[in-house]
Design a protein around this ligand. Structure first.
Ligand code: HEM
Ligand SMILES: *[C@@H]1O[C@H](CO)[C@@H](O)[C@H](O)[C@H]1NC(C)=O
Ligand SMILES: *[C@@H]1O[C@H](CO)[C@@H](O)[C@H](O)[C@H]1NC(C)=O
Length: 337
């Protein structure tokens, strides 16, 4: 009898030991429970479907690549990478879409919806919205010329959102560098992650309201007056006046706005970084300055660090196992309690 029980126990232990979960645990230290092959059996076409819909959206609107990359960032910094940013307000849920960093700014939700409905047809209730966002960010980076990385998968979706988390955890463009560093540190991200991931501003747009202070000597974060290249600043002032034009759009990288490359770092060194939070990386700490210079000098080093750092960002507090759920519709939880 005892022998029989022991045998059952051994079979059980070896089944667990050979499962993908323990594979991830033993070999993917640093990526937690997530691993790139998560959907290989349950939804083998998942990655292909995500990529094809991102490609279509990008063909319609090249800025969409930037918007999808930013979506992953704003998701991960609030309660972890759990698709909380995708929830609309309903019942007790107050949407993160209303927060200061997201309001009138975050986009790409319709693209995620389109991907989700294609995946629900292919393999119902299998691929999480959080994983869709992580894959879309990778595909967007590659499509614009940036580095490829295997996306660790297996995130599940949150049952709630956090408006206050969205307001407080995501750095603002006029934060001081110590504040920005602290906000990254709270997510387990270091100086390399901060500078490498800020390189995302090599693509996409900013509204006038996000950098106006800089144009009129009101920075408020310790940057000296006139820190922006005067010719660049004069050009910006024509479409970003002291008042009005809040929503007017400007390229974050004035030289190659649709290409994912290290031009962003070269811009910063020429005092052509658009946001105050870009410029402070060069001027307010020796550690970040060193990295800005290195990335400006080597696209390869930037790509290498970027890929590692975004995997790290994508691993912020994922919901795994039986926590959370796989949403059917990324905008709402499956069952309101
Ligand atoms: C370091 C702190 C950061 C600050 C203060 C910051 C701030 C901003 C701001 C103010 C905008 C313009 C939003 C608008 O006016 O509508 C923006 C755009 C953008 N950010 Fe960041 N960001 C930071 C880090 C990141 C990170 C880590 C990523 C990605 C991993 C990222 C990706 C983007 C992208 C791609 C855009 C353009 C979005 C579009 O065109 O739709 N940013 N960011
Ligand atoms: C900002 O300050 C600098 C230096 O103090 C000054 O030269 C410049 O005219 C000011 N610009 C504006 C737009 O106020
Ligand atoms: C930063 O920008 C926000 C939003 O425009 C503004 O309310 C706040 O006063 C600014 N902070 C500083 C220190 O200038």
């Amino acid at each position: 009898m005892a022998h029989h029980l022991l045998k059952i126990l051994l079979v059980f232990i070896s089944a667990v030991a050979l499962s993908p979960l323990s594979f991830a645990l033993s070999t993917n230290v640093g990526t937690g429970y997530l691993y790139p092959q998560f959907y290989d059996h349950s939804c083998p076409k998942a990655q292909e479907i995500v990529k094809s819909i991102v490609a279509k959206a990008y063909a319609r609107d090249p800025r969409m690549a930037a918007s999808l990359l930013r979506l992953h960032f704003h998701d991960c910094f609030v309660k972890g990478c759990d698709a909380s940013i995708l929830l609309d307000s309903s019942g007790t849920i107050v949407s993160e879409k209303r927060s200061n960093p997201n309001r009138d700014s975050m986009r790409g939700f319709e693209v995620i919806d389109e991907i989700k409905s294609a995946l629900e047809k292919e393999c119902p209730l299998t691929v999480s919205c959080a994983d869709i966002v992580a894959l879309a960010a990778r595909d967007s980076t590659v499509m614009t010329g940036g580095p490829y990385w295997d996306v660790p998968l297996g995130r599940r979706d949150s049952l709630g959102a956090s408006l206050s988390g969205s307001n407080n955890n995501i750095p603002a463009p006029n934060n001081t560098l110590p504040t920005i560093i602290t906000k990254f540190k709270l997510q387990g991200l270091d100086l390399v992650d901060l500078v490498a991931l800020s390189g995302s501003h090599t693509i996409g747009d900013s509204r006038c309201t996000s950098f106006r202070q800089r144009l009129y000597n009101q920075t408020g974060n310790g940057l000296p007056d006139g820190s922006l290249n005067p010719r660049y600043a004069a050009g910006l002032r024509t479409r970003c006046p002291r008042s009005g034009g809040d929503q007017n759009l400007f390229f974050l990288d004035l030289v190659s706005p649709f290409k994912f490359d290290n031009q962003y770092f070269k811009n910063i060194m020429a005092r052509n970084g658009l946001l105050s939070s870009d410029e402070v990386l060069l001027t307010q700490s020796a550690g970040t300055m060193e990295l800005v210079k290195k990335y400006a000098a080597s696209n390869e080093l930037f790509f290498d660090h970027f890929a590692k750092s975004i995997v790290k960002m994508g691993n912020i507090s994922p919901l795994t196992g039986s926590r959370g759920e796989i949403r059917k519709n990324c905008r709402k939880v499956n069952h309101y309690k």
